[in-house]
Design a protein around this ligand. Sequence first.
Ligand code: GLU
Length: 449
Amino acid sequence: MIITRFAPSPTGYLHIGGLRTALLNYLWAKKNGGKFLLRIEDTDRSRHNEDAVTAILEAFEWVGLKSDEEIVYQSKRDEIYKKYIEQLLEENRAYRCYMTKEELEALREEQTAKKERPRYDGRYRDFTGVPPEGVEPVIRIKAPTEGSIVVHDRIKGSIEFRVADTLDDFIIARADGSPTYNFVVAVDDALMGVNEVIRGDDHLSNTPKQIVVYEALGFELPTFYHVPMIHNESGKKLSKRDGATDVMEYKREGYYPESLLNFLLRLGWSYGDQEIFTMDEMLNLFNPKDISKSASIYNIDKLNWINGEYLKKRSREELAKDLNIEPTPIINLVKDRCSTLGELQTEIDKILLRPESYDSKSIKKHFKELNRELLEEFLEQLKSSENSCEEIFSSILEKSGTGMVKLAQPVRIALVGVAQSPSVVDVVSILGRDEVVYRIEKFLESQKG
Ligand code: GLU
């Protein structure tokens, strides 16, 4: 059974790149009838932040990716880590190192002076003497001292890490007894039964260390997939300037979680030229080995387009529910030009709410003497005639022998404040005669004197 996981560090909020990693793990597990697990990596107590955990879980709730088992919190697993550290000490696969900070610094300086890579020199590896007094030891793992560690990555291929260049007997427990990052990740993945690890390639350099831990503890290695990062269009790491990085920001702006997931899957993965994928299609078609080896480019226009497609497919009633408003027919009038619920709300308001002011450019361009007369005539007939708005419209234009814009633009300005709106006949019929009369009178009043 395939078991995958997503393991966020709660540093603030769920990052869009993190959600993508979570999605890939989720799809791969579900596609194979396996399990997707969630682990909160909250060992960094100084930054430990309950709010950040809550924010991450909220985001997961919103997008609907559920952990198949109880969520694992590293902060609650001290006893487990201790047990494995003890085991390694007993088996002589790890040891106490009494080197002081000063000694470590001196070693570093010496190595740098010789143009060597700073690394621990293993001086306590086989130490059997009397430990120096007053030094709380750290615990170091016995890493290989020569050769290389090869990461067999399903996306990047086999990557060789030469021990001499990348590894030393690294610390697995600090002087205060707290275990270190690479140690706990390896222990947790192994104990949780995780056998396929899909994660950002910013973690690739951690992998050899984690392999050392796996091997020391006799755990079976998982399959690794290191996914290239998401970049902005200038090829740099995605930052807030390129678009929201907080997943919940997308909720606030009115994106659908389904479309966000669709968009994220398409970053660095494709299936022909298909752009829109239902969850079932994602599950059927996705395989992490098809993820591109090069960085994927974040493009907000693409997301807007995808979200617009999702939005268009929804009925007026569904959209009204999404927005928590009455199912006004204005929705149908404007939905095709909107890419987010936020935009949809704005477009609805532009028609639904009485204008607070009138755009001076529109007035200058479209409110000439003739147009004023046409508008006044329109108002008169609305008040006195039984005919429909549409009929009134055409009869005025016919009588005056002028084009549609001459009347349509001033009506628009009067109704919504600017000379842009959907079909003016539609707007008029949705607002209803009384409201149209009211708005035109208000407008004409504002233009007096
Ligand atoms: N906690 C790590 C992070 O948030 C991920 C660890 C992993 O995937 O191995 O970047």
